[in-house]
Ligand binder design. Sequence first.
Ligand code: MN
Length: 232
Amino acid sequence: MERRDFMQKAGWTGLALSLAPTILLARNKPFELPQLGYTYDAIEPFIDKQTMYIHHQKHHAGYVRKLNNALKGSALEGKLLVDILGQVTTVEENILQNAGGHYNHSLLWETLTPRGKELPGKTLKEAIEQSFVSYEDFLVTFRSAALGVFGSGWAWVCLGDDKKLFICHTPNQNNPLMRQVENTYGTPILGIDVWEHAYYLKYQNDRATYVDNFLKAINWEVVEQKYMEASK
Ligand code: MN
């Protein structure tokens, strides 16, 4: 039995963060907007309450609604999110962008923390040092990827097929799970949204300060958990 089938049959509901394997195993029946697990003002002062509210209740909710509509009657209807992302092509632009939007934001909410100031744990720290020499070098590369996105998109920390971490960026709501669309393939463990809707209310055109502050709000415990899941 495949792991994902086991998770389905074992009745996993995705309610408890510490037990949730990944949003990727959610099935379209239809997809639902996930809860944040914290209040809209919890990430202040790094990300403001109004941005969090609009981003979750308007943008993310819109991706979920449009994705469910786009999937109706398509060959990808009823599939797991991981399979939709892996199989969708640019021909199905509506499914592509909204499936990406749903996955990208679900991961984003999970990897933010109200507590802040955390550092990667031992396992993730060692993996980071193996791929980027040091945690500081890793931050420089991630920051520069986030600033390097022209227009709307995301910067990612991913685990590649070779089990090494790498950093990349993708346009729009694309992500490195889209094997039919992106050249660089991997499983994201952390992503930063650099669409203007993610920061413009508070930071206006100052993406650099937004990126610096985002880095102070990362839940490294969850990112490490994502790393260990992807490493299996
Ligand atoms: Mn967004």
